[in-house]
Every structure is written in structure tokens, then in C-alpha cells.
Design a binder for this molecule. Structure first.
Ligand code: ZN
Length: 132
């Protein structure tokens, strides 16, 4: 079902500042993008076969703003690449695991994404991501 670690999502307060850090370490961003539905501005930094995703809230009531309020900035989710997200979700549901998204939604870069509830995945917010 899982093909690789697709990316690690990191909640940041200031995207521009956080980007400077990853650039200083030699990574290059593929650009920034606002995902309106999630009230976030994101930047992806490919690193080998995986990527780092930085997420900055565009609104004080967005999920990332709430996450930072509760936990402080830091690792917010772990994303795995899947080939067929609908099939993966159906399989997990059938096995009795708790999903946040029963149907995929669209994330940055037009990826189809869905989250698994952290209560099911031992405290880690797991994202499944299907993209080319
Ligand atoms: Zn993500």
C-alpha cells in the first residue's frame, strides 16, 4: 500500500524565515502555494527521494494555526505515497481504522490526499498522498 515516505509536514509560524533555514542547508524549494481549503501556504523542499513540506497558516482559525497554538511549531504530519488512494482508504476502513478523510481531497500540487486519525496511528497524523 505504501510506496515511500513522501514528505514530512512541518508547521511553521513564518514560512519565509523557515525557508531560509532549509535553503541554507542546501535544499531548493519548488515554490510556494496557497491551499485555500486548508488555509495554508506551503513550500516543498525535495530532499533525495522524499520532501520536507513547510506549512504556514493563512488564517488564525486554520488547522495549522490551531496546531501551533496547542503544540508549538514542529513536525505536524508524516505523509506516505500511495498508488491508489481510494483503494488504500477503503482497505483501511475495512480493517477498522479511523480515518479523518473517507474520501480524498486535493492538497498542494494537485495531489490527492487523505488523513488518518492520530488515535489510530499512535499519535502521528498520517497523510496518504497520491501524486505524479
Ligand atoms: Zn502534507
Amino acid at each position: 500500500m505504501l510506496k515511500k515516505v513522501d514528505h514530512i509536514g512541518i508547521a511553521v509560524k513564518d514560512l519565509a524565515e523557515a525557508m531560509k533555514f532549509y535553503e541554507a542547508m542546501g535544499l531548493k524549494s519548488t515554490g510556494t502555494e496557497v491551499v485555500e481549503e486548508q488555509k495554508v501556504r506551503v513550500a516543498f523542499f525535495p530532499c533525495g527521494d522524499s520532501e520536507v513540506e513547510l506549512l504556514e497558516s493563512t488564517s488564525p482559525d486554520g488547522p495549522i494555526a490551531k496546531y501551533i497554538e496547542k503544540n508549538g511549531p514542529g513536525i505536524q504530519h508524516l505523509a506516505f505515497k500511495v498508488d491508489n488512494i481510494e483503494k488504500a482508504l477503503a482497505e483501511l476502513k475495512e480493517k477498522g481504522f479511523r480515518l479523518i478523510d473517507e474520501k480524498p481531497r486535493y492538497g498542494a500540487g494537485g495531489a490527492k490526499i487523505a488523513f488518518i486519525h492520530p488515535k489510530t496511528s499512535f499519535g502521528v497524523l498520517v497523510e496518504l498522498s497520491e501524486r505524479d
